[in-house]
Each structure stands twice: as C-alpha cells, then as structure tokens.
Design a protein around this ligand. Structure first.
Ligand SMILES: [Zn+2]
Length: 130
C-alpha cells in the first residue's frame, strides 16, 4: 500500500467547513465568484458549508508538477460545484460518486488557494483512518 504522503501539511482540523456565497437576490449559491452566476448581482452573502461533497467528474492532472494528482469537480449539498484537489487515494482511484470532505486550502506557491478535499470512505484509505 503506498501512502498519499501529501495530505498532512495544510490540514486545519479546528476550522471544519467551507465558506461559500449565496446571492441575496435570487438565492443562487456560488463559490469564489465576484458575481452571482445567474443574475450577475454582486450582492453576495457568505454562508457556511459543511464541506462534504460528492465527486461528479474525476480527472488526473500533471500540471505544475511531475507528480500526478487528482482534480475533481465536486458537488456540494448547498448547491454549488467546484474543482477541488482530492487526496486520500491514488489520483486514478478517485471515482464518480465518491464522498469527499473539505480539509484545507493548499498554501504552497504553485497551488495557492486550491481547495483540498479528502475521500470520506475509510476503506479507500488502506485502513489507516483515524
Ligand atoms: Zn443572483
């Protein structure tokens, strides 16, 4: 079993959850947008997501680094989608429909601001879930 090895440095356990924006006019949720994607209003209100979502599209990328990593499109229950980096499994083993949980924002130079989520299913972590 190989270890992921890259998902420990930036995890902040006390601050669980994810801040997203909801339009005050039409109620559309969005994430990291300046304007509402539906009505283009800039009157957005911050709300808190549990940060638990589901993979709707999984892709392995090699951008910025020679190491493969997974960037999947995640659907959050509050109604927005965002492309996140998935850790906790080999990049090619992240499957559609997998449950994930927000862990942290990456803070290295090349990946600043990237949202990192980890797989929820302990079975996929090789039994080392704590
Ligand atoms: Zn709106």
């Amino acid at each position: 079993m190989s270890q992921p090895g890259t998902d420990t440095a930036t995890v902040t356990r006390e601050d669980v959850g994810l801040t997203y924006q909801r339009c005050r006019w039409c109620g559309t949720p969005s994430f990291r947008r300046l304007l509402c994607p539906v009505c283009a209003s800039s009157d957005l209100e911050n709300e808190r997501s549990t940060g638990e979502g589901v993979v709707v599209r999984s892709s392995v990328v090699h951008r910025y680094t020679r190491l493969a990593r997974n960037e999947s499109l995640i659907r959050f229950p509050e109604g927005f989608l965002y492309r996140c980096r998935v850790v906790g499994a080999e990049p090619h083993l992240v499957w559609i429909g997998a449950r994930v949980r927000y862990t942290a924002e990456a803070d290295t130079d090349v990946t600043a601001g990237e949202v990192v989520v980890e797989l929820c299913d302990p079975a996929m972590r090789g039994g080392d879930w704590a």
